[in-house]
Design a protein around this ligand. Structure first.
Ligand SMILES: Nc1nc2c(ncn2[C@@H]2O[C@H](COP(=O)(O)OP(=O)(O)OP(=O)(O)O)[C@@H](O)[C@H]2O)c(=O)[nH]1
Ligand SMILES: [Mg+2]
Length: 303
C-alpha cells in the first residue's frame, strides 16, 4: 500500500496546487457551490504530497527537455528520459505501465441524468470534459473509431447527459455535457451543474479527466477556471488540445501559438505541468498517442 501510494504520487505529480493569480477560483461556470472540500472527499488514491513531486532535472544532453515540462509517469526517473520516450505532439513520457492500447470493442452502456444513476462497478474510467462544441463527442468517436458512437453536432449543447461507454469490457470512457454554452437556458445550465457536481463527487473510479481545449481559438478564461477547479479538487487532468488541423490562414493565431499561450498561463499554476497532447478528430492526429497515455494511467490504476 505504501509503495502504491508512493508510486501514485509520482503518477499524478501535477496534482499539487500552487495558488497564483488563477488561484482565486471563479466557479461561475459551475453556478453552484461545490461541496468538495480539499481534505474531506478527496480520493486517497489521488492524494499527493508536496514533497513527492520534487524531481531532478535531466542530466546534460537532454537539456532541451528541461523546458518542455514533461509528464513523467511512474516507473520512470526523469534523468532516464530520452527523446524516443516522449509521445509526439505532447509532453508525455511513456513508461513501463503503457500497454495494449487497442480498442477492440466498445459498447454504449447508458445515459444518466444523475450521477447516482451512473454504472456502479469498479472499472476505471476517463471523463471527457470541455466547453460546448470543443469536440468531446468527436474525440470519443475518433478514439473508438466509430462515427456515431457519441452523437456530434454543429450546434453547441448536443450532449446533455452523462454517457457511459464500455471499452474492451474493462474500462469506461464518459462523454459529459459541455460547459460554457452561453445560449443555454438557465434551467439547462442548472441541470449541467448538478450532473457535473454529482459526477465528480461520486466517481472514485475516475482515473483522469481529459480536459479538452480548442486549439483553434486563443485561451479562454472559462477553461482556466475549469482547470483550476479540477486542480483544487485534486482531480487528475490531461489537457487534450482539439481541432489542431485548423491552421488559420491570415487572421488569428495558429493552433500551436494558442497552445503555447495556454500552456504558459497554466504553467504558473502547477509545480509540474500536467500531461498535454495535440489532437485532431478530423486527421486522427494524436489518437494512438492519447490511447497509449490512457493505457499507462489505466494499467497503473488497475495493478
Ligand atoms: N476541424 C475540426 N473540427 C472538429 C474537430 N472536432 C470536432 N469538430 C467539429 O466541432 C463541432 C462540435 O463537435 P462535437 O464533438 O459535437 O462537440 P462537443 O464538445 O461534443 O459539443 P457538446 O456535446 O455540444 O458539448 C462539430 O461540427 C465537429 O465536426 C476537429 O478535431 N477538427
Ligand atoms: Mg457532445
Amino acid at each position: 500500500m505504501m509503495l502504491r501510494n508512493r508510486v501514485m504520487s509520482l503518477h499524478y505529480p501535477h496534482l499539487t496546487w500552487i495558488p497564483s493569480k488563477f488561484g482565486t477560483i471563479d466557479a461561475s461556470w459551475l453556478s453552484f457551490q461545490f461541496p468538495l472540500s480539499h481534505s474531506s472527499r478527496v480520493n486517497p488514491k489521488r492524494h499527493v504530497s508536496a514533497s513527492s513531486i520534487t524531481q531532478n532535472p535531466p542530466s546534460s544532453g537532454t537539456d532541451k527537455f528541461v523546458k518542455t515540462f514533461l509528464f513523467v509517469p511512474p516507473g520512470v526517473e526523469l534523468n532516464e528520459v530520452n527523446e524516443d520516450m516522449i509521445l509526439p505532439g505532447s509532453n508525455i513520457v511513456v513508461g513501463p505501465y503503457a500497454g495494449d492500447a487497442r480498442i477492440k470493442e466498445v459498447e454504449f452502456v447508458k445515459s444518466s441524468g444523475r450521477a447516482k444513476d451512473c454504472p456502479k462497478d469498479d472499472r476505471p474510467e476517463f471523463a471527457i470534459l470541455g466547453r460546448s462544441n470543443v469536440g468531446k463527442s468527436s474525440l470519443l468517436n475518433s478514439l473508438v473509431r466509430k462515427k456515431e458512437v457519441a452523437l456530434t453536432s454543429k450546434k453547441p449543447g448536443k450532449t446533455q447527459l452523462i454517457n457511459h461507454f464500455l471499452v474492451n469490457k474493462s474500462w469506461y470512457i464518459v462523454d459529459l455535457p459541455g460547459y460554457g454554452f452561453a445560449r443555454a437556458s438557465q434551467a439547462a445550465r442548472m441541470d449541467w451543474s448538478s450532473f457535473t457536481k454529482g459526477y465528480f463527487s461520486n466517481r472514485d473510479t475516475l482515473v483522469a479527466v481529459l480536459l479538452l481545449i480548442d486549439a483553434s481559438v486563443p485561451p479562454q478564461k472559462i477553461d482556466f477556471d475549469c482547470s483550476n477547479w479540477l486542480g483544487r479538487n485534486n482531480i487528475p487532468v490531461t489537457f487534450v488540445f482539439t481541432k489542431c488541423d485548423k491552421m488559420k490562414m491570415g487572421k488569428g493565431k495558429r493552433p500551436d501559438e494558442n497552445i503555447k499561450e495556454f500552456q504558459e498561463l497554466i504553467r504558473k499554476n502547477y509545480r509540474q505541468h500536467p500531461p498535454w497532447i495535440m489532437t485532431s478528430s478530423v486527421t486522427g492526429l494524436g489518437r494512438d498517442e492519447l490511447l497509449l497515455h490512457m493505457s499507462q494511467l489505466r494499467n497503473y490504476w488497475d495493478q
